[in-house]
Design a protein around this ligand. Structure first.
Ligand SMILES: [Zn+2]
Length: 215
């Protein structure tokens, strides 16, 4: 059986899913979208006896990045984000930090990734899928060996990310979902930025984007 483990924490003012993913054998961990409340995430790391080595960002919105700096202060982590997301990560007027009473903030990624990059972390290979639309630099991370997709705010259970915020693009998100995500193996588990876990099989049947495509 695989050593891949994934825990979900719903954090922050807009209930964002933060995923703590770790190797049960090596106890190394990756934090995907550290939304908020670094102290909570760090406590969980201590409880589980895991050490974060990397942070994967699906995009730069404030509700996915607020705990990045504090986690990096506690553990030296490499921060990954899409190459088209650099400006949004840094600019509070684009990442919308400060919008709901949170502090204005900007962060810098250590590594800017692009489509089809494969990152080796905690004993697994993470393929980068560029999925513009929710933001111009949105990416998903796909672990083929585990049939796991971290989909950020691109694909949700029965839904999709909004496109009315800075750098959003409705045509682009539809194309990203239909061409890059719904073409993955049907048994892929989809871990979205908000809401319930789903599968590619379910979304091919019930997602409004898939239905739109069938018409
Ligand atoms: Zn977002």
């Amino acid at each position: 059986m695989s050593d891949f483990r994934i825990q979900t924490y719903v954090l922050g003012g807009v209930s964002t899913n933060c995923y703590l993913i770790f190797n049960k054998n090596t106890r190394e961990a990756v934090v995907a979208d550290p939304a908020d409340n670094a102290a909570y995430v760090l406590n969980k790391c201590r409880e589980l006896e895991v050490t974060p080595v990397a942070i994967l960002l699906t995009h730069g919105h404030f509700d996915h990045i607020l705990a990045v700096k504090d986690i990096c202060r506690a553990f030296p982590c490499t921060v990954y984000a899409g190459r088209e997301e650099e400006r949004l990560l840094q600019d509070p007027s684009l990442n919308l930090s400060g919008s709901i009473g949170t502090e204005q903030t900007g962060i810098e990624a250590d590594v800017l990734v692009k489509d089809n990059d494969v990152i080796s972390l905690i004993g697994f290979e993470w393929k980068v899928l560029e999925t513009p639309g929710h933001t111009a630099g949105s990416v998903c991370y796909y672990v083929e060996s585990e049939r796991v997709l971290i989909s950020g705010d691109t694909l949700f259970a029965n839904s999709l990310g909004r496109t009315d915020l800075p750098t959003g693009d409705e045509r682009a998100i539809v194309q990203s979902i239909t061409e890059k995500l719904l073409t993955l193996p049907e048994d892929t588990m989809v871990y979205p930025g908000h809401g319930e876990v789903t599968t590619i099989r379910h979304e091919k049947q019930y997602n409004p984007v898939a239905m739109y495509r069938r018409r």
